[in-house]
Unconditional design. Structure first.
Lengths: 230, 366
């Protein structure tokens, strides 16, 4: 692998990893709100969370740019107060990826949470477990296959995020040029076909390896959780 | 134990007042949909009632007027659900330990060893709940609830999801529980034979209200019981003690009030307290004591009440010396014998048709 390829691969993994790290805690909270709390405005929360699925990624990137750019209301404040800059950085790339993959994660986690029998939580309650205790010892372990599925899906999708990333943080080698961006750049460069093909192979192998790993882990989890593996 | 509660949901209204001076096993008995489980959830704290005054063992769990509410996780009400609800991601041991670990250390009276021995769980400890039979699951759920050191044990139809063989497997454990541990138990059931076998106090419920409550013997005579247990199962419950047992014939003599009943009873020990049920349809009435007849029980008594049972038959209440036996007789028989109140009469019951349940005297709680 050439240095550029390695760079792009490492960066993609790093960006996807951090996007999952950012998104996961919030995704669990949102999934829990959607599945268990019948709060007013749930439909708005649901809609808002799912927006990135239906909007053009470029538009999401643009909105992030408006909000989080150094002249945007949030980004400006971050820049002035903490000197934090998101645009043109890999952190910004991770954030854009997190926003794009967030609905995938929420969906998977919500589905698994809806599969957890609230009766088990009631049982834990009568056995003396408070709310946080119940969540950690009963709910969370029982929904872990869904969390894992969400993490793997979000990670895999994050590796391939293009539109929002390039719009929000541009295409800077070694900083924001992830695999898909590198692939795109290679295709735009005269004589870049060989590099493009190699990058395509890397992406493909990564995707297949990820899916197989996810299935193996999911099987093992189901066994641990006392369900029949299918 | 005091359970007063009202709760409205849609068109269903629950309104109960249950007072049991000395709780042993209190049976909440009634058809499905009568509000038993709702009431159980209110007692456990899983459901907030509109109004309630609930006191167990001198501790107020809920008093809406005084705005007192102990959350479910601090009530220490051991709840055994109809569907066991074992945690699938823990082993049997992990399930048993779950409640034990969360009970205050100062209150750990029931030990793991004790529970394992009492419920016969030794060989199951390392298993997962999916590897257990229905009966085993309920035993583990019982053990788990016991180890949470409850001040009250709430059993919501623990046998309802089991077939007859599994029920017979679990019932003896419930009897041991009742006899060996000093914990008040609320037993929710729609099976009268379970109530008969386990309960000391019965609360008959219908459509969210208490129809009658009291000793099982008293409740067994209540006219509305028939609508719930069916005509075939109507019968009086009598308590007595075994005065003689003949292991060869399998017959035991039971002193019931001033009368003596002969009952087929295995493992009968003289002196043991026993409760028997005499079904109304199995009782024959005679004006004169018959002779040369296989019936082992011919008891003199007098008629105390005659009630219309349905279009075909009457229920005749006969006092046999302090206890009442019900006899279901046809309208024709009633007229042929000219039965009337205060009339002396003989009650005939076959020994084999009396269901006997060995029963230790309920322990008093000091």
């Amino acid at each position: 692998m050439s240095a550029a390829e390695l760079d792009a691969l490492q960066l993609s993994l790093f960006v996807a990893f951090r996007s999952v790290l950012f998104g996961l805690p919030l995704a669990i909270v949102v999934a829990w709100l959607l599945a268990r709390r019948h709060v007013a405005g749930r439909i708005f929360l649901d809609t808002f969370v799912h927006l990135p699925l239906v909007l053009p990624p470029v538009l999401v990137g643009y909105l992030l740019l408006l909000l989080l750019g150094t002249r945007g209301p949030i980004g400006g404040w971050l820049y002035r107060s903490f000197g934090v800059q998101l645009i043109f950085t890999s952190t910004g790339a991770a954030l854009a990826t997190a926003v794009m993959t967030f609905p995938l994660m929420v969906r998977a986690i919500r589905l698994s949470l809806e599969g957890v029998d609230p009766g088990l939580e009631d049982a834990a309650r009568t056995l003396g477990a408070g709310a946080w205790d119940r969540f950690c010892t009963i709910t969370l372990p029982l929904m872990s296959p869904g969390i894992l599925a969400g993490v793997v899906t979000a990670f895999a999708a994050g590796l391939g995020e293009f539109g929002a990333v390039i719009t929000f943080v541009s295409n800077i080698p070694g900083e924001t040029r992830t695999l898909p961006l590198a692939l795109y750049t290679a295709l735009q460069t005269p004589g870049g076909d060989v590099l493009a093909a190699r990058l395509a192979m890397i992406s493909l192998s990564l995707g297949i390896a990820g899916l197989i790993a996810a299935e193996l882990i999911a099987r093992r989890m189901r066994g641990l959780l006392g369900r029949q593996s299918r | 134990m005091k359970i007063h509660a009202t709760h409205r949901r849609g068109t269903f209204t629950l309104e109960v007042a249950i007072d049991v001076p000395r709780p042993g096993v209190v049976a909440l008995f009634g058809r499905s949909g009568c509000g038993k489980t709702t009431l159980a959830n209110i007692v456990a704290g899983l459901l907030r009632p509109d109004t309630a005054d609930i006191e167990v063992d001198g501790v107020t769990l809920e008093n809406t007027r005084a705005r007192q509410h102990v959350p479910a996780e601090r009530r220490r009400v051991g709840y055994v659900f109809q569907d066991a609800r074992l945690f699938p991601h823990f082993s049997v041991l992990g399930n048993l330990r779950y409640g034990e670990r969360r009970a205050p250390a100062s209150d750990r009276r029931i030990t793991l060893d004790q529970v394992v021995e009492l419920l016969g769980l030794q060989s199951l400890l390392q298993r997962r709940s999916r590897e257990l039979s229905g009966g085993e699951r309920q035993r583990v759920a019982l053990g788990r609830a016991l180890l949470s050191q409850p001040r009250l044990l709430l059993l919501d139809e623990p046998l309802a999801s089991l077939d007859a063989a599994r029920r017979d497997e679990v019932l003896p454990y419930l009897e041991r529980l009742r006899d060996e541990l000093v914990i008040p138990i609320i037993y929710v059931s729609h099976q009268f034979d379970e109530v008969l076998r386990l309960a000391t106090h019965a609360v008959l419920m219908d459509r969210g209200r208490v129809v009658t409550q009291g000793a099982v013997e008293q409740v067994s005579l209540h006219p509305q019981l028939r609508a719930i247990v069916g005509t075939e199962a109507v019968g009086s419950v009598l308590s007595g003690s075994i005065i003689a047992a003949d292991p060869h014939s399998g017959l035991a003599s039971v002193q019931v009030g001033k009368g003596t009943l002969n009952v087929t009873l295995r493992d009968a020990r003289p002196g043991a307290a026993v409760r028997v049920q005499v079904l109304a349809r199995d009782v024959i009435l005679a004006i004169v004591a018959p002779q040369g007849i296989s019936v082992r029980n011919i008891l003199p008594g007098h008629i105390v009440a005659i009630a219309e049972d349905d279009a075909d038959a009457y229920l005749v209440h006969v006092d046999i010396g302090g206890n009442v036996v019900l006899a279901r007789v046809t309208r024709a028989a009633l007229h042929a014998l000219a039965l009337r109140i205060d009339m002396p009469i003989f009650v005939l019951v076959k020994a084999v048709s009396i269901r006997g349940h060995a029963f230790l005297a309920p322990r008093s709680r000091e």
